[in-house]
Ligand binder design. Structure first.
Ligand code: IPM
Ligand code: MG
Length: 370
């Protein structure tokens, strides 16, 4: 049996709590001989800053490069508000994305039938929703230079962030989106702001070219990112795959998360280019929710996005789509039974803790695979 090398980076806040529930699954799969994992664990974010005065160490980066998949919790919190910008917890996450070249961020927003009532939107708007946001993750305004604050000397300062995209960056993310659409409902909606941004003009042009050249069988539609956001809450079922840049993808995926009932439900996969020699790609899996300092340490965080992220690792990195399907089914079953963490309020639901939720998922898996 192949042994999968995982690097676990729980990070800060609820990151450590939800990661414990993934460990529970890993241990069970291993004990049952269903899969074989070799796990290492290290610090990232504020936890790493506290120990090493840096948001991720070179040693942890070496482990990340060597792993088949990085499983990441969350970073940040008010404790590190005054840490210098370069050393802030988020810098650890951004270095992982940049150094591992994880340009393609897949954020599936699925509304489980049992959760249609938990969304702030009406049931008919979200029930049965299944969309995939493909966010470009290593370019755009997150990484563009210059990125500075300059003192103008007259009591004023000037802050600059740079939104920059090259053709190849847009091409490769467009391909990821079109390839995914072919396996889904065959539709891609590209979102940018070509009415005000040059990068939007190029984005629109390149996505159109890639479509014309290689993906004419897929339906392509363009929306301006602001009205795209509006459409996401107005009638989200019009979308199948949404492809967008780093910053718009960050915002639109938080919006999409709420369609599923809670930010605590959205998993994500960040993927690099496939290595032609090995056929493998670097990858990191993380829940879209953050470290949620307001509820950290209380055992009330929802571990489902973290567990579903591990499911995505099984599917996209470890060639265990069979196990990923079981994990997804177990999550759906637990929700169907009425178990809810506090973020998923609904009438008549049983509120459970983080570990009770993790345990319930494992129990369902045992039933499904027993
Ligand atoms: C996300 C997060 C990150 C981002 C933060 C923590 C740097 O919001 O993954 O969506 O902005 O990309
Ligand atoms: Mg975000």
């Amino acid at each position: 049996m192949t042994t999968h090398k995982l690097l676990l980076l729980p990070g800060d806040g609820i990151g450590t709590e939800v990661m414990a529930e993934v460990k529970r699954l890993i241990d069970w799969f291993t004990a049952q001989g269903i899969a074989s994992f070799e796990t290492e664990q290290d610090l990232v974010g504020g936890a790493s800053y506290d120990a090493h005065r840096i948001a991720i160490t070179d040693e942890a980066m070496v482990l990340a490069h060597k792993s088949d998949a990085v499983i990441f919790g969350a970073v940040g919190g008010p404790k590190w508000d005054d840490v210098p910008y370069e050393l802030r917890p988020e810098a650890g996450l951004l270095r992982l994305r940049k150094d591992l070249r994880l340009f393609a961020n897949l954020r599936p927003a699925v509304c489980y039938p049992a959760l249609a009532e938990s969304s702030s939107l009406k049931r008919e708007i979200v029930e049965g929703l299944d969309i995939m946001i493909v966010r470009e993750l290593t370019g755009g305004v997150y990484f563009g230079e210059p990125k500075t604050i300059t003192d103008l000397g007259n009591g004023q300062k000037r802050a600059i962030d740079t939104q920059v995209y090259d053709t190849y960056e847009i091409e490769r993310i467009a391909r990821v989106a079109f390839d995914l659409a072919r396996k889904r409902n065959n539709k891609v909606t590209s979102m940018e702001k070509r009415n005000v941004m040059k990068s939007g003009v190029l984005w629109h042009e390149v996505v159109t070219q890639v479509h014309q050249r290689d993906y004419k069988d897929v339906t392509l539609e363009h929306q301006l990112a602001d009205s795209g956001g509006m459409n996401l809450v107005k009638w989200p079922k019009q979308f199948d795959v949404i492809v967008t840049d780093n910053l718009f993808g960050d915002m639109l995926s938080d919006i999409a998360a709420m369609l599923t009932g809670s930010l605590g439900m959205l998993p994500s996969a960040s993927l690099g280019e496939v290595d032609v020699k090995t056929g493998k790609r670097k990858a990191m899996y993380e829940p879209v929710h953050g470290s949620a300092p307001d509820i950290a340490g209380q055992g009330m965080a929802n571990p489902l996005a973290m567990i579903a992220s591990f499911g995505m690792a099984l599917r996209y990195s470890l060639e265990r789509g069979d196990l990923a399907d079981q994990v997804d089914q177990a999550i759906a079953a637990v929700l169907a039974k009425g178990l809810r963490t506090a973020d998923l309020k609904s009438d008549g639901a049983t509120i459970v803790s983080t570990s009770q939720m993790g345990e319930a998922v494992l129990t369902e898996l045992q039933t499904l695979m027993g």
